[in-house]
Design a protein around this ligand. Structure first.
Ligand code: NAG
Ligand code: NAG
Ligand code: NAG
Length: 450
């Protein structure tokens, strides 16, 4: 008899109006496991950290992808040849072991495509992929593989995994639908080009994720619709962002909330330079930041990308609400920067309940350019004439003080030595615990032993 909580686990998860329907696999892990389990040890895998586990994963996948579970028991495995797992439905991959990169090709170490009703996770919350990216980075090279990429995967979840020291990006969601990503930790080197989680997809809920690196934390790219990102801990990172945006940008209905950003490049950035298309209906609420260079940073003339054809991307209906904390040096990089394109001004922008203050010096600035709406230095009305305003703020806004996380990282991880595999934390935002308990703490974990 199935305990009641398993039945509840199958109820459609309609979490917020920002999502457009249920997310996650449609069949429970227990049902998949009772159908069939393909243990990689039965397909040639050896947990000796030297035998290539790639072919065993591929064979197990072929046997179980049409209804079952690929099981990688705890132990240390070498991943020398990358796996491309195609098709399949009503299947799961349970990685309780640790996969150590030993191969050196580019591409994606694990690539999953055209799969439906799919779950990728660790039932012990101890599964990890160790990318040993430092072996590339020590020579200044970013030419190694990415760790994980999902392409056209529908009705899925990825959770309870640690992705560590990727040679390139850690995790990309490309053109997927109805997905949930949660209880994850990404720990990369202190360098650009090592993105945490990049999403360009439809109807995706990303929550309870910690990222350390020096590039994207959790970032939305185009095209994307109905994305909810919440309880995110950027623990020494580049910070969360949108972009970079180019031609025919098509992004709408995106919410980020409960985002804690520590010692990153920014708390949230929208980046473009020329280009076309639209971003509409974006809500950024309940952000706490400390020690970041930029805070709110909308930059449509971003100097780190070359100017693209087009007058600019139209940004419309963006609400920034309840931001608290401190920035590094507000006289140099003020906590509000909304620079919009002259020919395509930003419209319906609202900045409300925004209280950030500088850690260094006695004043900070707010800068607005061609941006219309309410709050801070934004111009109101619908007469869109080009303007630039910089407001100097010399009194700390009341209520700016905000909690820190107990163990913020005090330096980034080196790019010339191995990064230890972390455990998945149990809080990703001050005062909040994960929306779903870690898999290790939940009863479904026992299903693996069936
Ligand atoms: C934007 O993407 C949505 C969802 O795929 C699509 O329905 C819509 O037509 C696209 N809009 C444009 C202008 O391409
Ligand atoms: C503006 O965006 C918010 C989400 O921030 C959404 O709830 C609202 O419906 C949008 N307004 C319009 C007119 O589309
Ligand atoms: C932030 O990262 C540092 C370095 O790994 C770690 O010691 C610390 O525990 C992290 N903070 C949390 C709350 O996970």
């Amino acid at each position: 008899m199935l305990p009641i909580f398993l039945a509840i686990g199958l109820a459609p998860l309609l979490v917020s109006a920002q999502l457009s329907g249920s997310v996650g696999p449609t069949t429970s892990y227990a049902d998949k496991a009772s159908n069939k389990i393909c243990n990689v040890l039965d397909y040639g895998a050896v947990a000796d950290k030297s035998t290539d586990v790639g072919p065993a994963i591929s064979s197990a996948w072929d046997e179980c992808k049409d209804g079952g579970v690929v099981y990688i028991p705890s132990g240390d495995y070498a991943l020398e040849s990358w796996v491309t797992l195609t098709g399949g439905s009503s299947c799961a991959i349970n990685i309780d072991g640790i996969l150590y990169r030993t191969g050196t090709d580019g591409g994606n170490m694990i690539f999953i495509e055209h799969t439906t009703d799919f779950e990728l996770f660790s039932s012990t919350s101890e599964g990890a992929v160790q990318g040993y990216g430092y072996e590339f980075h020590v020579d200044g090279s970013l030419s190694g593989p990415r760790i994980l990429r999902l392409y056209e995967v529908v009705d899925f979840s990825v959770h309870d995994l640690a992705l560590v020291d990727s040679p390139a990006f850690h995790f990309s969601l490309d053109t997927c639908e109805n997905g949930e990503v949660y209880n994850m930790i990404v720990r990369g080197g202190n360098s650009g080009g090592l993105d945490g989680i990049d999403v360009w997809s439809t109807n995706i809920w990303v929550h309870d994720v910690e990222v350390t690196n020096k590039d994207e934390c959790v970032t939305v790219k185009s095209p994307a619709q109905n994305i909810l990102v919440e309880s995110i801990y950027c623990n020494w990172s580049g910070g969360c962002a949108m972009g970079s945006l180019g031609s025919d940008t098509n992004i709408s209905d995106i919410t980020y909330r409960n985002v804690y950003t520590w010692s990153s490049n920014q708390m949230y950035m929208i980046k473009s330079n020329g280009g076309s298309g639209t971003v509409a209906n974006l809500l950024l609420e309940n952000f706490i930041g400390h020690g970041n260079a930029y805070s709110l940073d909308i930059d449509q003339a971003w100097s780190s990308m070359s100017t693209l054809e087009g007058d600019g991307v139209q940004l419309n209906n963006i609400t920034i609400n309840n931001w608290k904390g401190t920035e590094q040096k507000g006289s140099q990089r003020g906590p509000i920067k909304v620079n919009c394109a002259e020919d395509v001004p930003c419209t319906e922008i609202t900045i409300d309940d925004f209280a950030m203050w500088t850690e260094e010096g006695s004043y900070q600035w707010y800068g607005c350019e061609n941006a219309y709406g309410e709050g801070a230095c934004l111009h109101s009305g619908d007469e869109y004439t080009s303007y630039t305003t910089t407001t100097t703020v010399s009194v700390a806004p009341s209520g700016y003080s905000a909690p820190t996380m107990p163990s913020d990282l005090s330096t980034g991880f080196a790019t010339d030595s191995s990064i230890p595999i972390p455990t998945i934390p149990t809080s990703f935002y001050p005062g909040l615990t994960p929306i779903s308990a870690l898999a290790s703490a939940s009863a479904t974990a026992t299903a693996k032993s069936t």
